[in-house]
Design a protein around this ligand. Structure first.
Ligand code: GLP
Length: 241
């Protein structure tokens, strides 16, 4: 495992964007596993900047996102599809048909999850999976206690995750209670993992994930078993390592 400690959020974002762009340059038709949340926003901003300068092209890139709120339409401003469009896809040359996000409005959640697993398989698997981490060690929406053997599935969000995500909604009641998420098994099959973490409020989760036992109580701890993980964090988030 490689760990890069950056001075602050901006430097962390640049380092993460560097790693993603190296993947894009060396394999222009890569399958990128993409993440939402506040942490990767700076890295996406940097990628857009490099694209606009003509340094990068995403024309052949395929993307699969980790998760989506169940019950939100792709046009809802807090949906992860909307997030990806406004933070990245609308500003680069990735082909719309090559961007994949779970459908939060699918009538049959089970069938949507199966479709997504098949899609990842048909794309040839994920070359580089970008991940953030929740305060309770969750990755994507795999909450503490979730089975490591699961593929894409429907989850009920914990109170802590709902609290953390309330900042993006007007009221706590507006935060969806369920989500569709890739499972730990999908994530662990990615060839490379890039985790980004920022802020002192993540320090304990980072410590538990990478220095503690591998346990379902801290979903990110499973990454200790992955052969190619890069952790990029700012000084505050890595302060307990
Ligand atoms: C959400 C997302 C995760 C993300 C986490 C942390 O729960 N489903 O993929 O890693 O939030 O988000 P943030 O980066 O805003 O702390």
């Amino acid at each position: 495992m490689r760990v890069y400690c950056a001075e602050n959020y901006e430097a962390m974002s640049r380092r993460a964007a560097n790693i993603i762009s190296a993947q894009v340059i060396t394999k222009p038709d890569s399958v990128l596993g993409l993440a939402t949340g506040g942490t990767p926003v700076g890295a996406y901003r940097q990628l857009v900047e490099w694209y606009k300068k003509g340094d990068l092209s995403f024309a052949e890139i395929r993307s699969v996102n980790l998760d989506e709120y169940y019950g939100l339409s792709p046009w809802h401003e807090q949906s992860y599809r909307y997030f990806m469009q406004s933070n990245l896809f609308d500003h680069i040359d990735i082909r719309p048909e090559n961007t994949h996000v779970l459908n939060g409005l699918a009538d049959n959640a089970q069938r949507e999850c199966e479709r997504y697993n098949q899609l990842i398989h048909d794309l040839g698997g994920i070359d580089l999976q970008l991940l953030g981490m929740g305060h309770n060690g969750h990755i994507a929406f795999n909450e503490p206690g979730d089975d490591f053997g699961l593929e894409t599935h429907l989850v009920t969000l914990t109170d802590r995750t709902i609290d953390a995500n309330t900042r993006f909604f007007e009221r706590r009641e507006d935060v969806p209670r369920q989500a569709l998420t890739m499972g730990i098994k999908n994530i662990m099959r990615a060839r490379r993992i890039l985790m980004v973490v920022s802020g002192a409020d993540k320090a304990e989760a980072v410590y538990q994930a990478f220095c503690g036992r591998v346990t379902r109580d801290v979903p990110a701890s499973v990454l200790q078993l992955h052969p190619d993980v890069t952790l990029v964090g700012d000084r505050d988030a890595l302060s307990k390592l």
